[in-house]
Design a protein around this ligand. Structure first.
Ligand code: OFO
Length: 168
């Protein structure tokens, strides 16, 4: 059993993960509208991974004999601008998710809930990887610019991303 404080913060995190899935899916649609199908693929796969993150938390709350509370998911908001500006928004979003996960880790330590503290390591590690991969894409976009030829090459690279299910 987990404390009410931990239950609430984990339920909030479930909502944040599904919001992230919505955000990436709306970005995927925008990139497809722009004809950038590789960018669209990358963000759609990211959306699928975010659903996995939400489901892993969902299962964890159930496994700990606590209550899942699903709240409304906000409509996704982002500025429909150039690819580099969108990836900068993605980076800022992931930084905010990292802070939210840090709060879960800190609270579970405060509550002496070592099982949740250990569980959350999966998310802390994932955030390092996500921030790094987004930051590499931003660097490439900044180095090569938004010119059509370089955008085409990066789009081709991002089209190769494949989905692999996340589990724990
Ligand atoms: Fe974007 O990562 Fe989930 O937690």
């Amino acid at each position: 059993m987990i404390s009410d404080k931990i239950k609430d913060i984990l339920n909030e995190q479930i909502n944040k993960e599904f919001y992230s899935a919505y955000l990436y899916l709306s970005m995927s649609a925008y990139f497809a509208e722009m004809g950038l199908y590789g960018f669209s693929n990358w963000t759609k796969i990211q959306s699928q991974e975010e659903i996995d993150h939400g489901l892993i938390l969902f299962e964890y709350v159930i496994d700990r004999k606590s209550q899942v509370k699903l709240c409304p998911i906000d409509a996704p908001i982002f500025d429909m601008k150039s690819p580099v500006e969108i990836f900068e928004q993605i980076y800022a979003h992931e930084r905010s998710i990292t802070s939210a996960i840090d709060c879960v880790a800190q609270m579970s330590e405060g509550e002496c809930d070592l099982a949740t503290r250990n569980f959350v390591d999966l998310y802390l590690k994932e955030q390092i990887e996500e921030e790094a991969s987004v930051s590499k894409i931003i660097s490439k976009l900044k180095i090569f610019g938004d010119e059509k030829a370089s955008l085409y090459l990066l789009d081709r690279e991002l089209s190769k991303r494949k989905y692999t299910q996340h589990s724990y």
